[in-house]
Design a protein around this ligand. Structure first.
Ligand SMILES: [Zn+2]
Ligand SMILES: [Zn+2]
Length: 271
């Protein structure tokens, strides 16, 4: 089992999770051209993609889907509510194109209900965000567990439970609270939306989870969905590394923290 974050940030998100036989693309928020380019960069033939799994309808997670489906032949795993929200947009022409493209290609999933894609098991769970039905999930194959969760305002008890025992974790570290408050490009309303319980997770909240609730099991944690205006990759990394250190100065934790990028894939993280 392995994964790479093909690209992540406010401008677009896509992750690839693979084992020997199955390749699943998580979200299609990058342009179709970029998804295809990055698949080739990480050495995966686009014809070998078995499914696209869409976590929620926001453009930075689903905006590249329709055009991508002109090249990919695989089905789309998506929840009923998210699918409706993906169709119901103001631009009626685009809405029609979306309905047409996804006709007979959808496999409906339910947040909270297990499903399989090829040889990978998925366990989705609800996370608090201002989308109709956003979820994080644990993907499991041969005893290896990879969790992915982006776009959520705070760490719920269910999230804490789901992250226990995972071998790899992709998790949002969206903004530095100070940088967000100081950011002159964002309106106060937008800042409030980002900081709300259904907005995005701050570096500070991620660090609190690392210190208080992370069980030390994961060998790799990838920081994802970093704001390009209210965060700095090095700052997010340092804060997370410090949180790990301060948590366990007596016994060593070997967890490696990696920052994902908007414009290039991470290395493959393999288990
Ligand atoms: Zn997002
Ligand atoms: Zn979102």
């Amino acid at each position: 089992m392995k994964f790479t974050v093909l690209g992540s940030g406010s401008s677009g998100n896509a992750i690839l999770i693979s084992n020997d036989k199955t390749n699943v693309l998580i979200d299609a928020g990058l342009s179709a051209t970029q998804v295809l380019k990055r698949l080739s960069l990480v050495g995966v033939d686009y014809e070998k993609i078995d499914a696209v799994l869409i976590t929620h309808e926001h453009t930075d997670h689903a905006g590249g889907l329709r055009v991508l489906l002109q090249t990919l032949r695989c089905p789309v795993f998506i929840s009923e509510l998210t699918l409706e929200a993906y169709f119901n947009i103001q631009n009626s022409k685009e809405s029609e194109r979306r309905r047409e493209t996804l006709k007979n290609r959808v496999i409906k999933i339910e947040t909270g209900s297990h499903f399989c894609i090829g040889q990978i098991d998925f366990y989705p769970f609800s996370i608090p965000h201002d989308a109709v039905d956003n979820f994080g999930f644990v993907a499991e194959s041969k005893g290896v567990r990879i969790a992915s969760l982006m776009d959520f305002g705070y760490i719920t008890n269910s999230i804490k439970q789901n992250l226990k025992g995972c071998d790899g974790i992709i998790i949002e570290s969206n903004h530095s609270l100070d940088m967000l408050k100081a950011c002159s490009l964002y309106s106060w309303t937008l800042k409030q939306r980002i900081m709300s319980k259904t907005g995005h997770l701050s570096n500070e909240d991620l660090c609190k989870w690392l210190k208080e609730d992370f069980d030390g099991n994961a060998s790799h944690i990838v920081l994802a969905h970093l704001s390009q205006r209210a965060n700095e990759p090095n700052l997010a990394l340092l804060m997370a590394q410090e949180a790990l250190l301060s948590k366990n100065h007596l016994s060593r934790i070997d967890t490696k923290i990696i920052v994902s990028h908007p414009h290039q894939p991470t290395e493959w993280i393999q288990f």
